[in-house]
Design a protein around this ligand. Sequence first.
Ligand code: CMC
Length: 435
Amino acid sequence: MSTETEGKKQSLSITDNRTGKSYEVPIADGTIRSTDLRKIRVDADDFGLMTYDPAFMNTAACRSAITYIDGDKGILRYRGYDIAELAEKSTYLEVAYLLLSGELPTQTQLDEFTRSVTLHTFVHENVKELMDGFRYDAHPMGMLIATVGALSTFYPEAKNIFDQPTRHLQIVRLLAKMPTIAAWSYRHSVGLRYIYPDNDLAYAGNFLSMMKRMAELSYKVNPILERALDILFILHADHEQNCSASAMRGVGSSQVDPYSAVAAAAAALYGPLHGGANEAVLRMLHQIGNVANVPAFIKEVKGGSGSRLMGFGHRVYKNYDPRAKVIKKLADEVFEVTGKNPLLDIALELERIALQDEYFVSRKLYPNVDFYSGLIYQAMGFPVDMFPVLFAIPRTVGWLAQWEEMLLDSEQKIARPRQIYTGKDLRSFVPMDKR
Ligand code: CMC
């Protein structure tokens, strides 16, 4: 069956040269369904034609109305709103509401949402003890992954994922508790006592308080730094079907509770090619050490040594990452308060050279979100180990929006890719003395 648009057939005709047979496959949204290819067979025993797509380079695994990216033009929109406009005019919790519900909240809706998130910032005291059990030098991201997964044991009702109020409660809990667990992971790794949430503060301000408060009764938040962090949270809130969102959907498709699925998504984010890249950028800048060493480093990257210019390149963006543009501007505002990060000059020089170098230009490698974010985090006093954690806090809402959309999508089932088997054919077991 084929549909017609403006008199043109929306279908694909395929001739199988193995059999000489022809087939017609419908096209919808510029896409064919892989399962439509299964009817293409050499004989009755044939499983049917499959597509091979390692790393999902050209396969849509879902329909989604959350985030739109045009990588060639450098466009990123949440629910239709441009990222730069949201960064300028909105707040993280407002954007979180938007991502989850599809619409910007009214004042009353935002107040109610903010109130619920604020009310759930505390964690069970046993969570504190659990976190205390980690080694003194545990990486905060490892602690975050384990602790958020452990939350499923505190909220066994979370497994009722098809009950809307229960699902909503877990979403609110996760948004509220991630900053608490994140801040405590840091406090643990530097041997400082855990600071309880301060519910008089806004989302980003409360996180800063839990990170930084020492002997004072309440933490005085610098409004410029608080706003900068809130903007960074907005920029990191979602990014459609990236590695961690795919992990969230893939693991969530087994109908596990959202705490376990978020732990899996956070684990995916930890890798240096994903959320760990901002950490890798800072280590790279330290390793380069000086503006004078930049040309030699670029030469090394181009020479096929295996080292990459971290914070450059993206699977989807073949243009300047729109988030990097906002962050570059934001860096100036933050540095006004904190003083300039000395590594900035190295970063600017790397960008300057790379943007005119044939290697990077021909491969369309531009700065991505991680190139400048680390410099801001460092200037704000966050240690490098905390960078992926700072990514995980705001991305939690993106994971949850993707997860909920997946659960409510009647076309989705447990994720289960196919494979092309390349191993041995049937053979007989060889006894130990004959091997
Ligand atoms: N430095 C040097 N060369 C690069 C880089 C880079 N950062 N990124 C890609 N290339 C080259 C790569 O070697 C390949 O060259 P050739 O065609 O000669 O083999 C070509 O560009 C295409 O690269 P690819 O690895 O096939 O591209 P990909 O889409 O698989 O990888 C990426 C995307 C982000 C993993 C990669 O660009 C990369 O490793 N970048 C550095 C790590 C980084 O900054 N990651 C953060 C991504 S943004 C945050 C997030 O959303 O997680």
